[in-house]
Structure formats: C-alpha cells, structure tokens
Write a protein that binds this ligand. Structure first.
Ligand code: DP6
Length: 346
C-alpha cells in the first residue's frame, strides 16, 4: 500500500524583517517580524508526501530533481513531526499504522514551486511550511498551525509565517528551547484584501549571499544590528500591528519602506558589506518615489534585487504597472525578467 497527502503553501513577504539569529540550530530570531502571505495561485509550493512499507529510505525531489535530506534543517523537521505522529487506520484500504510505526516507515517527498526558483524569489519559506504541513497531515499529527509553525521555523525562519494567511507575526520568544518562538496570525486575508502586490523580477543572476550566512555575518560584525533589534523593531512592530488593524496605508507604507531601508543598511554595515539591492533596484525605488510620497505604494526588498511593490488598491496597482512596463519593460536593457503579481491578477 501507499498513503499520500498533497498540500499547497504560499510564500510570504516580510514588511518588518527578520534578520539575525540568537540560536542557529533551532533558528530563533533576535527580533519579531511581520509578513503578508501571498495568494497561493501565484507564488506557492506544492508538496506531495507519501509513505509505504516498500520505501527503503527517506527521499526528496525538488522541482523534479532529487535532493539530499541529510541537512540538519530537513532532519529536524522530520524528527519533530515523527515525534508527534499518531495512529492511523483506513479499514477499506487495509492500512493500519500505529504511532510507533512512523519511526521506521520512510517517506518520499515531491515538491515543486509554481514560480522559477532561479528568479531569486524566496522559496524556502513556502517550501518548509508546505513540507511540515503535509508531513503533519500524513502522520496524523493533531497540533494546531501555531505549534506546526515552530517546527517549520526549524527548516527556515521565515517559513513559520507561511502557515497562516493574511498578516502574520513571528514572535521571537524568550525560551531557550524555542517553544514560544511561533507564528501568530494578526488578521486574515479578507481583512485588507484591496492590497495588490507586484514583484519586479530582476534578471541578473549574480551570486548572492544567502540569507542564512548573510545574517550570521551581520550579527557578528555590524554595530547597527543591536540597535535595530533592540530599539527600532520593537517600536515598529507595535506601530505596524496598529496600522494593519486600522488599514492605515500611509503608516503601513512608511514603516514598510523604512524597515526595508534599515535592513539593507545593516547589510551594508556588515563586514564585508552585503549588497542585495543593485542599480535596477535603486532605479525602481526612484521611479516609485512619487507614489511612495503620495502614499499609494510601498516597496520592500528581501535578500536579493527584486522589488516587491505593495499598492494600496487595484487602481494604484494598474497605474503603477503601466508606468513600470513603460519605463522598465522586461528585457535585457532594463535588467528585468518579468513582473509577478503576487496577489490578484489585474
Ligand atoms: C530578508 O528565513 O531565508 O527574507 O532562517 O536562515 O532560513 P533562514 O533565513 P530566511 O531569511 C529571510 C530573511 C528575509 C526577511 C524575512 O523574511 O523576514
């Protein structure tokens, strides 16, 4: 017999960034963060997990290529889910798995992203969230998404926030074992559904510093990071929660842009400095600055050159996209690959 579960998980974009760990193995952050989860139709991971007594070892395929599950991040997620597995029975199919059997049964995992992994769009967030969620369903784990987020966090920090839709806060927590470092939903996806997200995918593929090593270097070498984590972010989190609750776009946009700017400032304050934004990213900020001043658009950049633009509503998004396509048509001269609508199509 073979038992299978398929799940789909969208990626998320942080508006108050996570950058820096207090524990590398458990993946515990040095500050809280807040993100918006995208619509699954556009940027998501689909994962099928299967179990069968005929499987000889745990195996995984990502975008049709087999990858190793040896890394600590995969092993931690698999171990934590197996530890919470429950009895499963399907009389019709004659399948009976007891709680302890899961330790000896192997899984096959098939995962793919509906967006090009090479586009430099964060895929680990959706990937680990989907892996943990689908394994939990397969093994009949009864814990809620908050508890599951603490497991997904051990795959990739930002993944914990993809277990919920809408706006989500990752509470850094205080406990050494990370038990209180979980994602909490702030408002669901219906609360502020006029927002439209456009991602400008920059085509140059220069080798980037991964988030994992980048934030490690920042924590060790930046003099600004402590000020950011201890003084700036705690205040911003409170203001951002309030802005989201009130659908206050001007405050939301100002906080989002400032936090992106400060995240890139601590990257530049790292030794050697890390440059995630490039000339195209800078030109996009300049082009959108009028809209930013008139509070119809916010921008944010993650650990790469792609601009994530959050428009106040569909009308603003349409106008912005027209202007972007005029000034920055996707081709080699503009260094742009494509525009991905992360929310609804317009
Ligand atoms: C800039 O979650 O990819 O996107 O925990 O080491 O896997 P690891 O890092 P990751 O870092 C994300 C950094 C960010 C900001 C954010 O998503 O909050």
């Amino acid at each position: 017999w073979i038992l299978m579960v398929t799940a789909q998980t969208p990626t998320n974009i942080a508006v108050i960034k996570y950058w820096g760990k207090r524990d590398e193995n458990l993946i515990l952050a040095i500050n809280d963060s807040i993100s918006v989860t995208l619509d699954p139709a556009h940027l998501c991971t689909t994962t099928t997990v299967a179990v069968s007594p005929s499987f000889q070892q745990d195996r995984m395929w990502l975008n049709k290529k087999e990858i190793s599950l040896d890394g600590a991040r995969y092993q931690n997620c698999l171990r934590e889910i197996r530890a919470r597995a429950n009895d499963y029975e399907d009389e019709k199919k004659g399948i009976k798995i007891s709680k302890n059997d899961w330790q000896n049964l192997h899984v096959h995992i098939d995962s793919y992203n509906n967006f090009p992994t090479a586009a430099g769009l964060a895929s680990s967030a959706a990937g680990f969230a989907c892996l943990v969620f689908s394994l939990a369903k397969l093994m009949n784990v009864q814990e809620d998404n908050g508890r599951l987020s603490a497991i997904a966090r051990q795959g990739s920090g930002s993944a914990c926030r993809s277990l919920f839709g809408g706006f989500v806060k990752w509470v850094m927590g205080k406990e050494e074992d990370g038990s209180d470092s979980i994602a909490v939903p702030l408002v669901d996806e219906k609360h502020w559904d006029e927002l439209v997200i456009i991602i400008a995918v920059v085509s140059s593929r220069q080798k980037e510093t991964s988030s994992t090593s980048g934030m490690r270097e920042t924590v060790v070498t930046s003099a600004l990071i402590e000020h950011r984590a201890k003084e700036v972010v705690p205040k911003r989190i409170i203001q951002m929660e309030e802005a989201i609750k009130n659908r206050d776009f001007p405050t939301f946009a100002q906080l989002t842009c400032s936090d992106s700017n400060q995240f890139h400032a601590v990257c530049m304050d790292t030794s050697p400095p890390i440059f995630y934004m490039n000339d195209t990213s800078h030109r996009q900020v300049v082009l959108t600055s009028g809209w930013i001043l008139s509070c119809v658009v916010a921008y944010t950049f993650d650990a790469g050159p792609n601009a994530v633009l959050i428009a106040r509503n569909r009308k603003a998004a349409t106008l912005m996209l027209q202007r972007l396509l005029f000034h920055f048509p996707p081709n080699s001269d503009t260094d742009l690959d494509s525009y991905v609508i992360g929310d609804k199509s317009i």
